[in-house]
Design a protein around this ligand. Structure first.
Ligand code: ATP
Ligand code: MG
Length: 256
């Protein structure tokens, strides 16, 4: 990758990610609207000081427990997720035993294949949901995202859907599935509708979630279930908002 920003630029990492995403958009992995979604995420990340906020750790632990007690968990991957952290998603898939399935709002065969390629190059053994493999249609979900792989989301009980849209989350929940999401915006419909919302940057979350899965792997099911059952998404989202509010409040009085 040809990054144009000088390494000593104070925002080097953030700008390098932007340039990478623009290249991934040229390669059809990221949709043009995905670039706008990333910008919204960046704005929220500033509010968290670009660091994992404390409430996210509890949501990560509950998500790990939920993946471990699932009989058929699946990781739903869109263009932004594949571009931002493909290796880490493959590792999470291996640790949790949840297969990777491509599911896109702006679905074309070219994009599906480009995203699958990124995942295979990052070590994936299998990628579901490409082309005719997405042969099942779920009526609860609108747009092209209604097409799912019967081996994956079609028969899943727990679905990890990072950077998701509110109506799909609602649709999947309407089908009785447990929805885990990652969204930097604690006010988004997705964050509010999911069973467990991890409010943090996906790039930081996926390695932490993999670590949590490894840590909880040998716990008995009763203990894992307790972690999931005592988690309240509403309470956790409130804690994320309180965290932002406290940070803004402390900044607004800085230097007075
Ligand atoms: P909703 O339909 O749930 O209200 P939305 O329409 O605001 O959501 P979408 O474009 O559907 O947003 O989804 C993008 C969401 O993903 C945004 O809320 C954005 O903050 C979040 N986001 C973008 N990049 C990241 C990232 N790297 N990590 C976590 N969240 C991100
Ligand atoms: Mg939306």
């Amino acid at each position: 990758m040809d990054i144009h920003v000088p390494k000593d630029h104070p925002r080097y990492q953030s700008i390098a990610i932007r340039e990478m995403l623009v290249e991934m958009a040229d390669a059809s992995v990221v949709a043009p609207a995905g670039l706008i979604a990333h910008g919204r995420g960046e704005a929220f990340d500033y509010l968290f000081g670009e660091d994992t906020p404390p409430p996210a750790y509890e949501a990560i632990e509950a998500s790990a427990a939920s993946l471990l007690i699932a009989s058929h968990p699946v990781l739903s991957i869109n263009g932004n997720a594949a571009a931002l952290c493909p290796h880490q998603l493959v590792k999470l898939s291996e640790a949790s035993g949840a297969p990777l399935e491509i599911n896109l709002f702006y679905r074309t065969l070219e994009r599906e294949q480009a995203i699958a390629e990124v995942l295979y190059e990052s070590g994936a053994q299998e990628v579901l949901g490409v082309g005719d493999d997405a042969s099942e249609t779920i009526s609860e979900v609108g747009s092209e995202r209604r097409r799912v792989d019967p081996r994956g989301i079609g028969s899943a009980d727990v679905v990890f859907v990072p950077l998701e849209d509110g109506d799909r989350t609602e649709g999947l929940r309407g089908m009785g599935k447990t929805v885990l999401t990652v969204d930097l915006n604690p006010l988004s419909r997705t964050a509010r509708k999911a069973n467990i919302s991890i409010v943090d940057n996906l790039m930081r979350v996926v390695p932490l979630l993999t670590e949590a899965v490894e840590k909880l792997k040998d716990r008995d099911e009763k203990e894992l279930k307790k972690i999931v059952d005592t988690f309240s998404n509403q309470r956790n989202l409130k804690a994320s908002l309180d965290y932002i509010a406290d940070r803004l409040y402390s900044f607004s009085f800085e230097g007075e």
